[in-house]
Structures are given as C-alpha cells and as structure tokens.
Design a protein around this ligand. Structure first.
Ligand code: SAM
Length: 426
C-alpha cells in the first residue's frame, strides 16, 4: 500500500531536489534529508520525505510505470469541460485560466449560480483546470485525532469545553507514536496530521510527541492544535513539524467573535501569518453554512485563504451537533460546498483543495463530487478506533473498526477516477 510514488533525483541545487517521475519532473525541498543525484526518494507536500534503496524503488515503480499512464488517461476522459451558455461564467473561467483570478464580486457571483447547467459548467471547468495545472496528482494524508479535550468553547463544535455530555480522552505520547507508526510504516502514509482540541497538551508534551513521531516515521508532520505562541511553533519546527492545519473558520470578525467566546479573528490570523513566516506549509479555510454567514462573506473567506498563502484549502460544511448551542441549525447543501471548492480552484489554480470528511456527511457521493469539482486532496482518520468514536465534532462522523478498510476504499475510489499520489512539488 503506498500513498506516494517514488522518484529519482536528477539534480540538487541549494536545498531543492529535482525529481523525475517517469518523465514528469517535480521540485521538492530537501529539508533535513541528505540526497544526491541518482538517489530514489519519496516526496510529499513538496518536501523530500525519505531516501529509499533502488531495489525498494523498483518494486514500487514497477506497478506505477504501468498504472500511471492508464490513470492519467482515465482522468483526462472524466475531466473534459462542458462549455455552457453563460457568457459571464465562461469569461470568469477563461480569465482565471489566463492568470487573472476572479475578484471578490465575481467569486460571490460564482457562489450565487444555481441553474443545473451553470453548476455543471463551473464544476467541470474547475476540474479541467485542476488537471491542466496539476495533472492527476492527489495527496492523501492520515489524521490522528489525539485528544478531544479543549479549552475553547466554539459554538459549533461538539468537543467544546462546555459540552458536558462528551466523554473525554487524551492519548499518551507512546499511543500517538504507535498510531503514527501504524499509519506510516504499515499503511504507507507519507504525510500525517496530528490534531487535538486547543490546550489539550502542554507545549513540552507536543514537542515530545512530534519529535518521537518524526523519529519513528520520518514523514511530513502537520500539527493542528489551534493557536500557540510564536516561540511554541518555533519549538515544534525544531523537532520536525513542517505544516500547520489551522482554519480561520470565517473572515467576518463579528461572526467570528459571536461563535468563539472570548476569542478574536485577528489573533487567529496573526498566528497563521506567523506560522507562514516561520516556513510552515499552511492548510486553512473555513466552515460553510454557519448561521449569519453571507455569500459575500464566504467569497472573502476564499480570497483570505489565498492571501494567507494557504497551501491546502480546507473548506467544509458546518454540521450541527446536538451538544452545542447551534444544534437546531440546518446543514448546508452539497452544491453550496461544491461551489466553494470550484471557486477556490479558479482563485488559486495550483492549490491543493481538500475534500473534508464532513462533506460525505451531507451527501453519500460528496467525496466523488468534490473531486469532480476541482478538489485533489483527502484525509483518512488513523485514530485508534477506541478513541475515534469520542472525537465527536459533528454527528455521523465515521466510526471505523478498521482503518485498513477505509484506506482500501479510498485507493479504489482514486483509481476509479484516475488519480495518483505523485507529489505536487513546489
Ligand atoms: N484545536 C484545533 C483548531 O482549533 O484548529 C483543531 C481541532 S478543531 C475541533 C478542528 C476543526 O473542526 C475546526 O477547525 C472546525 O472547522 C471543525 N469543526 C468543529 N465543529 C464542526 C462541526 N460542527 N461541523 C464541521 N466541522 C467542525
């Protein structure tokens, strides 16, 4: 099982390796890996993850050498654009592709589209742009939700501090390391997200966790624990964290303050900007369908994600949780989320765009529809099953006895739509 295709290093200049994948060349930062021309490596998220032997590379490449062209052909067949009759929409798409991304008013216009033919034109155009810019590359990350303790009281979130009905857990360092070891060394993931509620761990515990996970797995580690001081993120960088998954949730400061008791949007944004300055890869975005959220506000969210230098756009539906003050709100529609994924592609042609697991909770074919609307990234929970049932952010979150079954299902799904885990490069 493999979530990255190995490539051969054909050049190294000032910390950037040029890697050949069956004739297609991508660049990746060497980071802490010592690599030279001729080495075989795995790269992920634009970083060299690890060096492997030629024999190991050959064994895996044998499969991909045959599979990759077939997958690309399937992707090409499935992503042909259906040009519609809406001249305004065609103009926005064509200008985006020529390098002039849509303005805030145009993004809002895209989010207002609602005729089936316009939606089909928008989704297919975004999917085609994804293929023309990034080919059939996709990335699949494992996420370990290592504690549902949280000091915050976000109005929408099942693990909020004041939800007394929540059964709390906090995995020990060794439990996290063994879950990470399983995900990376047994299941083959090359990128790992470690997520917990805010304040669940001390900085010393987080540092110890990341350091040990890096030693055991050597993979790209994203940390997702909310706002930390600049020096705390610096300490996590020192021990090997390279990405931060931190949504700003909404770009509307008033709505943000209403939903996050005692917190301010400005602090969250400053934390994200600081992480970016430190060199972290940023995965960010917001919740869609919050009460009081307008389409103009969501259009600004998409542009804010771009302005923050977001590497991976993470926009997903808000799903009301019974243990929160927003229990009686309605879920957003599938199309309202797909429009955001598609518009994000027009705004940032080369971005990684995540299909969140929450999207599958509002429609059984949400994953496929998301990938057909410009998305190209996915996360699979590798949280041990004893804990997974307790990481209850929203109702219906998957409870899998076997993460392996989910991994197989995702592999089959990606194969069925012609996608392959080649690194996107930098
Ligand atoms: N503490 C970290 C942070 O603040 O980013 C990570 C944990 S937080 C629970 C992870 C994400 O869950 C949030 O960014 C939020 O967007 C999402 N989330 C929380 N409640 C949700 C809900 N009811 N529906 C969908 N997503 C939700």
């Amino acid at each position: 099982m493999c979530y990255a295709i190995p490539g051969r290093v054909v050049g190294v200049v000032e910390g950037v390796a040029e890697i050949d994948y069956f004739g297609e060349r991508k660049r990746a930062l060497t980071d802490s890996a010592q690599v030279a021309v001729g080495d075989f490596v795995y790269a992920q998220a634009g970083l060299v993850v690890k060096k492997i032997s030629e024999a190991e590379a050959n064994a895996v490449q044998g499969y991909w050498e045959k599979a990759l062209p077939e997958l690309r052909e399937k992707d090409r067949e499935l992503s042909s654009r259906s040009v519609g009759v809406n001249n305004w929409l065609e103009g926005v798409v064509n200008r985006a592709f020529a390098g002039a991304p849509p303005s805030a008013a145009e993004v809002e216009g895209l989010l207002r589209l609602d005729s089936p033919s316009d939606l089909s034109s928008l989704y297919s155009a975004s999917n085609e742009l994804r293929r023309l810019k990034l080919n059939n590359s996709c990335c699949v990350h494992a996420i370990i939700e290592f504690s549902n303790n949280c000091v915050n009281d976000c109005a929408y979130c099942g693990i909020r501090r004041s939800n007394a009905g929540m059964s709390r857990y906090k995995m020990s360092v060794s439990e996290v390391v063994s879950a990470a070891d399983y995900a990376c060394n047994k299941l083959g993931f090359k990128s790992l997200v470690l997520q917990a509620g805010e304040g669940a761990y001390s900085v010393a515990e987080l540092v110890e966790t990341v350091e040990n996970v890096k030693k055991a797995c050597g993979t790209v580690v994203f940390i997702s624990v909310g706002e930390l001081a600049s020096e705390d993120y610096a300490a996590l960088w020192e021990v090997g964290a390279r990405g931060v998954l931190i949504r700003f949730e909404t770009s509307d400061p008033t709505l943000y303050a209403e939903l996050h008791s005692g917190q301010e949007l400005g602090d969250r944004l400053e934390c994200i900007r600081d992480c970016r300055r430190q060199g972290y890869l940023i995965a960010s975005g917001g919740l869609l369908g919050l009460p009081g959220q307008s389409l103009a506000s969501i259009a600004r969210d998409i542009l804010l994600a771009k302005e923050l230098g977001t590497e991976m756009f993470s926009f997903g539906p808000f799903i009301p949780h019974p243990g929160t003050p927003l229990a009686s709100c309605a879920k957003p529609s599938l199309n309202s989320v797909l429009k955001v994924l598609a518009a994000s592609r027009l705004v940032e042609l080369e971005s990684k765009i995540l299909v969140t697991t929450a999207l599958e909770k509002i429609a059984p074919d949400g994953r496929r529809r998301g990938f057909m609307s410009g998305a190209n990234s996915f996360m699979i929970s590798a949280t041990p099953s004893d804990y997974l049932s307790k990481y209850d952010l929203y109702p219906g979150k998957s409870l899998r006895d076997e993460v392996v079954a989910e991994v197989r299902a995702v592999q089959e799904f990606l194969k069925g739509i012609g996608r392959a885990p080649t690194d996107f490069g930098v």
